[in-house]
Ligand binder design. Structure first.
Ligand SMILES: OC[C@H]1O[C@H](O[C@H]2O[C@H](CO)[C@@H](O)[C@H](O)[C@H]2O)[C@H](O)[C@@H](O)[C@@H]1O
Length: 612
């Protein structure tokens, strides 16, 4: 009984399911501890991840002692198999969320099947539904022999299955205990419904699992990568696809909120939104591996989201393009192992982060280079963005790390402003698109000179985090990757050495220093884990500076940090040997695939072409 009421597992204990509209996290203990319905950014119906049993969960696991658990996705798909070994035998739980396909009028559904592999194993199904991030206990009733309905206000789910649970005396929970014999198969499905009085008809769980498997196999067949580390690259690409909201093409940074960047700390953020930075980099990753459809879908999303006045550009939007992501604290949830606050919404939507202009221009430029035809609307949008950038580029900003401290002239932001004007010039020179190329050339050259004069600090021997400062920032490792300077430029080589000395611990690289009393640049207390994307960027910078074999070895060690099913969180706490931050995170996975492209693909040419 104690286990039933305990808190969530380690972050690395979770596996991801997604139907391309929302996602679930399933623990090694067989418990679905996170699910928001019907969208990634909807309120949760299972939130044990940020609390305990009372915040909602769906457990399906042996009642007795489990002697070992093995887990895997079927091939490169998102059909998850968890095998529990007990003294009485072995059972396999199969979990899947059938993907939404274009135009289908289906609703999100989670399918769970248990198969008896050997012996006779007693299982417990415990179903605790709490809507509104654990705040709303539904009215649960057995409508007929086939289904149970849980309803509270606007939220409703239907549970169907071979062994429906009963209300546990004295608890707001439902349970079924039953034995699964060798060769036996039992199935359940839980579906979101907008019409509790007439929910959609029952489905066949095996068919739904087969459909899910087929979808992911077909999707993987489009990936063109045939280099080394296929498993890691394909799992990362599938994870990025799984974070895509199919109805609009928007991409969430992660499916979770408030998994802490430092265990027990306050650096807890809601990532269930579409950042232009993260989404743009994801687009590049997709496009580099043959997923042009996703690239086009994202470009349409961008055109819709940014439509209107370029001065209104935000750095992030909701997955449907909604602009207001007001941040609030869920004060009734205890947080992941006590890490408070739990936040919903993200105040960063109002920040000025100038790097975003460079990322958008770079992504659309590379898409053109790879044969994605430019559209009139898309080029008009880019010209509008550049017009606005011409007016604001001399302002300080919050930088790519979205600091909550004062605005500064962050070196990385300034480099990315250069990227924006550089790609504009090249659109005219190389692709024949119309525009005021001479003005853009002058701006490009002015920013370049400014960064070399103010971002480079000869005393420190590095490009610093912001003009006039002495602190370092791993984002400066991107300088060769975007073509601002060649990888073998002495200032780049020296910056790599400085980052190595101050921000790198083993293979793990911090974003910047968070030592209290030093910089306070981010305006937050406490420290954080090392940022996995920065760790991959370090490997990229090594490769681009000519140290390829070291880079490959580092890439391999970093890729090995993924959990048993190939997933990466935002950060890694090297001391605790644990994942921290939201999970799985697009930034980390796209850094992995971009590194693979640099190390094992033909993308190196991109950097050559980008040099001035
Ligand atoms: O750590 C402080 C900031 O953390 C979040 O931002 C980070 O995640 C974003 C999404 O992956 C990424 O685009 C950004 O570069 C990261 O710093 C959070 O969203 C911010 O509100 C917070 O200030």
């Amino acid at each position: 009984m104690a286990e039933q009421h305990s808190g969530p597992g380690r972050i690395e204990d979770y596996a991801l399911l997604s139907d391309l509209r929302t996602a679930a996290l399933v623990g090694l203990d067989g418990s679905v501890d996170w699910l928001c319905l019907p969208r990634f950014d909807s309120p949760s119906c299972f939130a044990r991840l940020l609390g305990d049993d009372g915040a909602g969960r769906w457990l399906l696991a042996p009642t007795g002692t489990v002697t070992s658990v093995k887990r895997r996705y079927r091939d490169t798909t998102l059909v998850l198999e968890t095998e529990f070994e007990t003294v009485d035998g072995v059972v396999r739980v199969i979990d899947a969320m059938p993907p939404h396909t274009d135009g289908a009028a289906d609703e999100p559904r989670l399918v769970r099947v248990v198969e008896g592999v050997s012996g006779n194993v007693e299982m417990r199904l415990r179903w605790v539904v709490r809507f509104a991030y654990g705040d709303s206990t539904p009215w649960v009733r057995r409508v007929n022999k086939e289904h149970i309905l849980a309803v509270a206000g606007p939220h409703a789910v239907v549970l169907r299955g071979d062994r429906l649970p009963y209300r546990v005396h004295g608890e707001r929970a439902h349970e079924a205990v039953f034995t699964v014999d060798e060769g036996q198969q039992l199935a359940w499905s839980m579906e979101f419904t907008r019409n509790p009085d007439a929910p959609a008809a029952a489905v066949d769980a095996s068919d739904e699992i087969a459909r899910t498997e087929r979808f992911w196999h077909d999707w993987q067949a489009r990936i063109t990568y045939d280099g080394p580390h296929q498993d890691a690259v394909r799992r990362s690409l599938a994870t990025l696809k799984a974070l895509t909201y199919a109805p609009t093409g928007g991409i969430v940074a992660a499916p979770t909120t408030s998994l802490p960047e430092s265990l027990g700390g306050e650096r807890n953020w809601d990532y269930r939104y579409c950042w232009l930075r993260d989404a743009t980099l994801t687009l590049l990753a997709f496009d580099g591996f043959g997923c042009t459809t996703e690239a086009l879908a994202w470009r349409s999303w961008l055109l819709r989201a940014v439509a209107g006045d370029p001065a209104d550009l935000q750095i992030m939007y909701a997955i449907d393009g909604e602009r207001h992501l007001l941040e609030w604290e869920v004060d009734w949830l205890p947080g992941y192992h006590g890490a408070l606050p739990v936040r919903v919404g993200n105040a960063a939507f109002q920040q000025l982060q100038l790097d975003v202009y460079g990322e958008v221009m770079d992504a659309l430029h590379l898409a053109r280079e790879r044969g994605v035809e430019e559209s009139a609307e898309s080029w008009a949008l880019q010209r509008g963005l550049l017009r606005h950038l011409e007016e604001i580029w001399q302002q300080p900003d919050k930088g790519l790390w979205e600091v909550r401290g004062p605005d500064r002239f962050f070196t990385h932001s300034r480099v990315m402003i250069w990227v924006a004007f550089d790609r504009a010039v090249r659109a005219v020179e190389e692709d024949g698109l119309p525009g005021p190329v001479q003005r853009w050339r002058e701006l490009r050259d002015a920013v370049h000179a400014e960064v070399l004069a103010k971002g480079w600090n000869a005393d420190v021997g590095a490009f610093t985090q912001y003009y006039g400062g002495r602190e370092l920032d791993a984002a400066t490792l991107l300088i060769p990757a975007v073509g601002f300077l060649p990888g073998d430029d002495p200032r780049v080589v020296s910056t790599i050495a400085a980052v190595e000395k101050s921000l790198k611990h083993g293979d793990l690289v911090d974003r910047y220093t968070t030592v209290v009393g030093e910089s306070h640049v981010d305006g937050l207390s406490g420290q954080e884990g090392s940022f996995l994307a920065c760790s991959f960027w370090f490997a990229d910078a090594l490769a681009l500076s000519g140290r390829r074999s070291e880079a490959v070895a580092m890439f391999e060690r970093l890729a090995a940090l993924a959990n048993d099913v190939g997933l990466l969180a935002e950060e890694y706490d090297g001391d605790a040997g644990r994942f921290t931050g939201n999970f799985p995170q697009a930034f980390s996975h796209l850094a992995l695939v971009n590194s693979a492209a640099i190390l094992f693909g033909d993308t190196a040419g991109r950097h050559e072409r980008s040099r001035r």
